[in-house]
Design a protein. Structure first.
Length: 399
């Protein structure tokens, strides 16, 4: 099936459009300002979506949804089609830990690495504390591209094992050096970033969140309708935005007759999106305190999250480590083992309660308990890297 993607458009002002290629990974060059980098969205020829697209049999792999995704130029790993598990009280859990590298990030990286392949990038570069790096390394390996991962020296053992197995070049410089080094790799080596390279708000890869739309498609088809609300762990807001867009597309195409209210769940030690929404800002930067929810403890928010909450009538909420730990234990008692960050959606639902009585409630669990830091140890020694060191490592890796 052929992609119906037509253009990149500015999320701040959808009338501003750019060609589909190349991916604009540093945000919209027209609407971004010195203060805020604004992300891009992908538009489609919705009038040409096959009438039977949502009637086709379920299948692993994003190819099933190709018309509503950017071109899938890189081979997949059977991502998606994850189970929807019902808890005793009727809450549904969308278990994304069943993806090939045990997290929702596989959906994003299938699409983003495809963009790198289609646009002729020489490799992939990503900054990640865990799930994103593991998935990027896997899909880069599958596509035959080298991958550079900037990560924490305290990466969970399962993540470190993934990175080693896939042959990624792993770098652990001080945090403030990561994005400048990423930009140098992009400029001098021709690698494509699949995580954000911008300092003024989070933009990320414009194609990546499109992979998350497929979560919405799967939920709606299995329930036979759109749920009343969806509760998601939220860091930079890419998952939140992608799932929201998926539900909006389903309503636009007449597959469902409603859009669920979307709830972002952030750790109380951070809460950048919660702060942005409360203050009426497009983005916010906040201090980050200690938390076990390392996967979503983001100091800066992205504009995507604000748009998702506005368009769905949802809200941003914060939860404590204790509340996430309790939700994690509740899931484990039901046979679902997830990392503590992944339990944030259920924790938010339990702490704040649903206001909905008009349909099913879904919580997205994003990652396996294997990715947790409870048994983590220092896997890579921190190294203060100069550009010459990075360049030499990449040159050797490329042979």
């Amino acid at each position: 099936m052929t992609s119906l993607a037509t253009a990149q458009r500015a999320l701040l002002d959808p009338t501003v459009r750019h060609p589909l290629w190349p991916p604009l990974t540093a945000g919209c060059p027209v609407t971004s300002t010195e203060e805020v980098a604004y992300p891009l969205d992908i538009d489609y020829d919705y009038d040409r979506v096959p009438a039977d697209l949502f009637a086709r049999p379920a299948a692993h792999g994003l190819e099933r949804w190709a018309p509503l995704l950017p071109p899938l130029a890189a081979p997949g790993l059977g991502e998606g089609d994850t189970p929807l598990v019902r808890l005793a009280d009727g809450v549904w859990i969308k278990d994304e830990s069943r993806n090939p590298t045990w997290s929702h990030k596989d959906r994003l990286n299938r699409v983003a690495v495809s963009a790198a392949v289609a646009s002729g990038a020489r490799g992939i570069v990503v900054s990640s504390s865990g799930n994103h790096g593991a998935a990027a390394a896997a899909y880069a390996a599958r596509a035959g591209l080298p991958c550079v991962v900037f990560t924490s020296p305290f990466a969970p053992p399962a993540v470190a094992s993934h990175l080693r197995a896939y042959g990624a070049t792993v770098l652990t410089p001080p945090r403030e050096s990561v994005r400048p080094l990423m930009r140098r790799i992009v400029e001098e080596f021709g690698y494509q970033p699949v995580s954000s390279v911008t300092d003024t708000a989070h933009t990320g890869h414009p194609f990546g969140p499109e992979g998350y739309k497929t979560i919405a498609y799967e939920i709606a088809l299995e329930l036979g309708r759109a749920p009343a609300s969806v509760h998601l762990p939220t860091g930079y807001g890419e998952l939140l935005y992608g799932v929201t867009k998926g539900f909006l597309e389903l309503a636009r195409l007449g597959v469902t007759d409603s859009v669920p209210r979307m709830y972002a769940a952030e750790p109380a030690s951070a809460g950048a999106l919660t702060t942005a929404v409360r203050t009426g800002a497009d983005t916010a930067r906040v201090p980050v305190g200690p938390t076990a929810a390392y996967a979503i403890d983001c100091e800066i928010s992205g504009y995507r999250g604000v748009v998702a909450l506005r368009e769905s009538g949802g809200a941003a909420r914060t939860v404590t480590d204790r509340q996430m730990s309790d939700a994690q234990a509740e899931l484990a008692a039901q046979g679902l083992w997830c990392e503590i960050s992944s339990a944030a959606g259920l924790a938010s639902l339990r702490a704040h309660g649903p206001r909905e009585t008009d349909g099913p409630v879904v919580c997205v669990v994003t990652s396996s308990g294997y990715k947790d830091t409870a048994t983590a140890r220092e896997t890579y020694a921190p190294v203060d890297l100069e550009w010459a060191d990075v360049k030499a490592l990449l040159s050797r890796a490329e042979g």
